[in-house]
Design a protein around this ligand. Structure first.
Ligand code: MN
Length: 207
């Protein structure tokens, strides 16, 4: 019997399949952007994470646990950044839907009305957060206690490490929109909110 000290790769992180075709988000997000954003950027975060955690105490941990345990530790920044970006991108792809936009499901809409006054006011806050995030980052709809809030985070940071629950996100790193919109980040964000945002996903995360 051969005994190896190398565990089978049961917890190796994998790039999840996209839930739609790479051209399904057109014309808001092109297949070209998806091919780089998903096929190169997201894939690189997953591959880098797997390389970085081999032989470390993080090798067998679930992704969220890696994120929580490396957050704020400067000597673990590379692992945190790649783990968080792996999580953020999977969450972003689910936050988009080729048939998205429109009105949120009833229970979520009521919660949005309670927290922001209206769906339009919520969308406005998301546009503001997304366009005022200086440099790379993310705009989020989160559940904070029993209230919904819009927040922005820089680089790889995410609600999980700030004690709030993410409901949906918009990636505002330049790689998310530059091929299609160049410097017009507000146009990208508005189009995503009007045509692609997956309110159903946010509603599921509220449960
Ligand atoms: Mn991205």
């Amino acid at each position: 019997m051969i005994i190896t000290d190398k565990k089978e790769s049961a917890t190796v992180h994998v790039l999840p399949a996209l839930l739609y075709a790479d051209n399904a988000l057109m014309p808001v997000i092109s297949a070209n952007t998806i091919s780089f954003h998903y096929g190169k950027h997201h894939k690189a975060y997953v591959d880098n994470l797997n390389k970085l955690i081999i032989g470390t105490e993080f090798a067998d941990l679930p992704l969220e646990k890696i994120i929580i345990e490396t957050a704020g530790k400067s000597d673990k920044a590379a692992i945190f950044n790649n783990a968080a970006q792996t999580w953020n991108h999977t969450f972003y792809w689910s936050s988009l839907n080729p048939k998205g936009g429109g009105e949120p499901p009833v229970a979520l809409k009521k919660k949005i009305d309670d927290s922001f006054g209206s769906v339009d006011a919520c969308k406005k806050e998301l546009v503001t957060a997304a366009t005022t995030q200086f440099g790379s980052g993310w705009a989020w709809l989160v559940l904070d206690g029993d209230k919904l809030k819009v927040v922005k985070t820089g680089n790889a940071e995410l609600p999980l490490i700030k004690g709030t629950k993410a409901l949906l996100t918009i990636d505002v790193w330049e790689h998310a929109y530059y091929l299609d919109y160049q410097n017009r980040r507000p146009d990208y964000v508005s189009a995503v909110l009007d045509k692609l945002i997956n309110w159903g996903f946010a509603a599921d995360n509220l449960k």
